[in-house]
Design a protein around this ligand. Structure first.
Ligand SMILES: *[C@@H]1O[C@H](CO)[C@@H](O)[C@H](O)[C@H]1NC(C)=O
Ligand SMILES: *[C@@H]1O[C@H](CO)[C@@H](O)[C@H](O)[C@H]1NC(C)=O
Ligand SMILES: *[C@@H]1O[C@H](CO)[C@@H](O)[C@H](O)[C@H]1NC(C)=O
Ligand SMILES: *[C@@H]1O[C@H](CO)[C@@H](O)[C@H](O)[C@H]1NC(C)=O
Ligand SMILES: *[C@@H]1O[C@H](CO)[C@@H](O)[C@H](O)[C@H]1NC(C)=O
Ligand SMILES: *[C@@H]1O[C@H](CO)[C@@H](O)[C@H](O)[C@H]1NC(C)=O
Length: 444
């Protein structure tokens, strides 16, 4: 168990950090902290760090010990890489916790806080219910946490009936929305169905079509710069990159015979390569369509496989898969590759804090999946019909979004901290949401 000593060091670090930073580091009258104070609830380690000690022994799941490195960013892709990591999105719970510890407006006094953060690794805790021996008790997910919150300093919860509490669950909300009376459960735990947690705000990777507690925030990508220089040099590389492919799809699926959007993309792509030799391709592209085969999860911790081709493509296709959202949406934005969406649930109705709804027309293309699968609409025809000047404008807009959807590395330079990243925007959104919730509750 080579991983165990490493984890112990890590646990020690966390406690040191909480100790040093939770004791008010900022001038209590600091104007930038007015209405923005956050208290990190101290939870017993069984709710977070203990869940990591058995990272190699979870049922029906990879050994996730390697992804814990660098506070959840994972291992670097190469020894000499500055900003690229083998990041697993499920580790957002750790990444967020680590970033929370350096939030500038922390308070050790819960009654002075505008929001209370629960550093609970709920998505990791869910594994035993989702895949493991406790599948038939999935309605119990979260009850132990609730019990703790009622017993330990119950006044912290009761001050606002939990309306000021928030936490992160780094999976689609679908995984936590099992109806309480499904016995045996079909899929998922019931965390979001428990009345006990109706009042809290939960940050997830994907929300339900009619969300109540949750708000979706970006999937972590593999890019976590630590300074403005490293971010800017990536932006330069993206801007200079020659786009020789018109459209790209990085993913798996689409091999079954049933009609679906991934299958349509595959057949259109294969078809297009047949015509490439005979006709000169318009717009200076040397390839109309390129598929990065990511079947069987081979791309998940290997960003090089898809980032290089994405840098060379103008458009990145983001079809729904098992669930409507994809990490690839954010990988593509980082590569300056204009996203093509086939349904609103993939991003437009999800990430309103980070990707404003009203701006979608400026940085993305929308082609309803029904038009493609059943209506004979060719994606290539739509994309080739967009004038080059328009493509350039959209790419500039995509590049403006880059800093907002990435999670910078913890401990980054002061310069980089002046650019709001996905974490900063998520915290701003959470604080605003809690504020308006509390106003509504107090009116009742
Ligand atoms: C870790 O696994 C060991 C043996 O598999 C078990 O005894 C222990 O309770 C587990 N610890 C946690 C925190 O799950
Ligand atoms: C990376 O660094 C580790 C430890 O320093 C070393 O064992 C390994 O060989 C290095 N890998 C490469 C590809 O240089
Ligand atoms: C869960 O319940 C179902 C149906 O009652 C049963 O077939 C299955 O073996 C149970 N699973 C576990 C892990 O206990
Ligand atoms: C949730 O908030 C309502 C008031 O809006 C309150 O009546 C209820 O007790 C709260 N639920 C919990 C579990 O605290
Ligand atoms: C494949 O190409 C042929 C000839 O160019 C065309 O008639 C056919 O509709 C195309 N099929 C698809 C699925 O795009
Ligand atoms: C297109 O040309 C390349 C080399 O120029 C060749 O390898 C490929 O087989 C050709 N494809 C078709 C469909 O003719």
């Amino acid at each position: 168990m080579a991983s165990r000593p490493r984890i112990l060091i890590w646990v020690a670090f966390f406690f040191f950090f909480e100790f040093v930073f939770c004791e008010s580091v900022v001038d209590p009258d600091a104007p930038e902290c007015t209405n923005r104070w956050i208290h990190i609830r101290r939870l017993p380690t069984r709710f977070n760090l203990d869940l990591l000690t058995n990272c190699s022994e979870y049922p029906v799941f990879d050994d996730f010990c390697p992804y814990l490195a660098n506070h959840g960013l994972g291992q670097k892709t190469h020894n000499n890489s500055h900003s690229w990591y083998r990041t697993d999105p499920l580790m957002l719970e750790l990444v967020f916790h680590r970033r929370m510890l350096e939030y500038p407006c922390l308070t050790s006094d819960p009654s002075a806080a505008d929001a209370i953060f629960l550093p609970y690794y709920g998505g990791i805790d869910a594994i035993r219910y989702l895949f493991g021996p406790e599948v038939n008790s999935s309605f119990e997910h979260g009850l132990e946490l609730y019990e703790f919150l009622q017993q330990d300093s119950p006044e912290v919860w009761s001050r606002n009936g939990g309306h000021d509490h928030f936490t992160v669950l780094a999976r689609p909300a679908w995984d936590f929305s099992q109806s309480l009376d499904n016995d045996p459960p079909i899929w998922g735990t019931s965390f979001l169905e428990l009345p006990e947690f109706y009042n809290i705000t939960v940050l997830t990777l994907e929300s339900r079509p009619w969300p109540w507690q949750e708000q979706a925030i970006p999937y972590p990508t593999s890019f976590h710069p630590v300074s403005l220089v490293l971010l800017d040099s990536w932006v330069q590389r993206v801007r200079r990159s020659r786009r020789t492919t018109l459209m790209l799809f990085a993913g798996g699926g689409g091999t079954s015979l049933l009609p679906n959007i991934r299958r349509s993309i595959r057949s259109e792509c294969e078809n297009s390569s047949n015509s490439e030799n005979s006709t000169r391709i318009a717009g200076g592209y040397s390839k109309l369509c390129y598929i990065v085969d990511c079947s069987n999860g081979i791309c998940e911790h290997d960003p090089i496989r898809y980032m290089k081709p994405m840098l060379q493509a103008s458009f990145c296709l983001q079809p729904p898969g098992d669930t409507p959202t994809r990490r690839s949406t954010f990988d593509g934005i980082l590569a300056g590759c204009i996203p093509v969406f086939f349904e609103d649930l993939t991003a437009k109705s999800q990430y309103g804090w980070h990707l404003p709804r009203e701006e979608f027309g400026e940085f993305s293309v929308f082609i309803p999946k029904e038009d493609v699968v059943f209506g004979g609409q060719r994606i290539l025809d739509v994309l080739m019909g967009i004038p080059r000047a328009e493509v350039r404008r959209m790419r500039e807009k995509v590049m403006e979004l880059m800093p907002k959807i990435l999670y910078r590395k913890h401990g980054s330079s002061l310069g980089l901290r002046t650019r709001k990243d996905a974490f900063d925007i998520a915290v701003d959104g959470t604080i605003d949401r809690i504020k308006s919730r509390l106003e509504k509750v107090s009116l009742q």
